[in-house]
Ligand binder design. Structure first.
Ligand code: CMC
Length: 389
């Protein structure tokens, strides 16, 4: 239609405001409420960043202790959710299970049709606390093992590894997963966060908004990519085969998962930290070495074949060798993303409620002109004068 600009994918369209995180795609900087992830990743725990997201400031030591105690008290799953998990088919994809189980958390709560139904910071903390418990419980149930009750004193990341194996993780493993959770907690109006905010803007409750976010995260253009990065690493097989592998991929116009980003036109700032973790946990070899060679090969081949393209490693690329080294199966990588992002999603939903306006964009209609209704007996008939060939 003349005069109407259609922004497919809303690329470059500004649809709101947030104080929670700032993605500076040209320079490759990510900040949470003004704190650079380069400072937070080595220095802050996930719980400190949860407090930053949901309470607005980094906590004092006393506030952090209170938050940790609160999360600990909220980790156990309601009976209805545990029973649901036990009833699910063991071959179910962990993200489908997580979406279903998180949705079930609101079942015991009374519904109030006012948009305020269980939609506050306490409900957000409950979701943050229970998400890792669900993922760990499903990890065991699908192997025919009993879920392990949350440890009373371990933090969110260490608790996940504990509930998965029954053993307290080493400090190195706990820190590695904790840092991953810190890095992924929020990322502007990414697709899943936007989805949560759209849902919240109708005054639907927090659980509905989070269920929508979980569904949106699953796709490979968003949170579903790291499992496929792992597939690529296996397919490449060894570092010396990386360059030819990339050339073949480019020739058949394939996509390398873990590369490229709508916002970042340089390397994703989270990739640096995850690469360091992956390198350390793999002692510089294993899947890390293949990933490193693959990234080098990618940068070389893209510079030759598509010199204008700015397609660099994103957060998901080194997620695969990092989480793989922690013993997390690749079909749970997206769940790990969700465990972290839960705090960011909740903070966005609460921010949306605090200054809500229904999100309801326009669309350009490109279908047929208005035309007469055909009674059912007349449908499928050739118009007079026409003949099928
Ligand atoms: N491999 C090969 N080509 C690519 C890739 C890639 N990973 N990413 C972009 N391109 C090419 C694409 O083929 C297109 O080329 P052409 O103009 O010749 O057709 C051009 O770059 C632009 O691609 P686009 O899909 O229009 O760009 P976008 O802004 O929508 O891309 C993206 C963002 C993340 C969807 C895309 O880079 C991609 O598909 N990456 C692989 C999947 C992935 O890693 N997803 C995780 C994203 S980061 C985590 C998160 O935020 O959830």
């Amino acid at each position: 239609m003349p005069g109407i600009v259609v922004d497919r994918g809303l690329e470059g369209v500004n649809v709101g405001e947030t104080v929670l995180s700032n993605v500076e795609g040209e320079v490759g900087r990510l900040t949470f409420r003004g704190y650079d992830i380069d400072d937070l990743a080595p220095k802050a725990t996930y719980e400190e960043v949860v407090a930053l997201m949901l309470h607005g400031t980094l906590p004092t030591a006393a506030e952090l202790a209170a938050l940790e105690a609160k999360l600990s008290s909220l980790r156990a799953l309601p009976d209805a959710t545990l029973a649901l998990l036990r009833a699910l088919p063991r071959e179910a994809w962990p993200m489908d299970v997580l979406r279903t189980a998180v949705s079930s958390l609101s079942l015991p709560l009374p519904h109030k049709p006012s948009g305020v139904h269980a939609s506050d910071v306490d409900a957000a903390l409950s979701l943050v606390a229970k998400t890792t418990t669900i993922v760990a419980a499903w990890d065991r149930l699908r192997q025919g093992l009993e879920p392990i009750a949350p440890h009373p004193t371990l933090g969110t990341a260490a608790n996940f590894l504990y509930m998965k194996t029954g053993k307290e993780p080493t400090a190195e493993y706990a820190k590695a997963l904790d840092q991953y959770y810190v890095l992924l907690v929020d990322h502007g109006y990414n697709a899943s966060t936007f989805s949560a905010r759209v849902t919240a803007s109708t005054n639907a409750d927090l659980y509905c908004a989070i269920t929508a976010a979980l569904a949106t995260l699953t796709g490979e253009l968003h949170g579903g990519a790291p499992s496929q990065v792992q597939d690529s690493l296996v397919d490449v097989g060894s570092a010396d085969k990386a360059e030819q592998w990339v050339r073949d991929l480019i020739k058949r116009k394939g996509r390398l998962m873990g590369m490229g980003h709508r916002e970042y036109k340089v390397r994703d700032p989270r990739a640096k930290h995850l690469e360091e973790t992956a390198k350390r946990l793999n002692n510089g070899g294993g899947s890390y070495a293949i990933a490193r060679a693959l990234e080098d090969a990618w940068n070389k081949v893209i510079a030759e074949e598509k010199p204008q393209a700015r397609i660099f490693a994103n957060v998901d690329f080194y997620t695969a060798p990092a989480l793989g080294a922690l013993g997390i199966p690749s079909d749970e990588y997206t769940c790990m993303f969700a465990c972290s992002r839960m705090a960011g999603w909740c903070a966005h939903v609460l921010e949306q409620y605090a200054n809500n306006r229904l999100i309801r964009p326009q669309v350009t209609y490109t279908g047929p002109e208005v035309h007469p209704f055909e009674p059912i007996a007349e449908r499928g008939r050739e118009p007079a004068g026409s003949a099928r060939s």
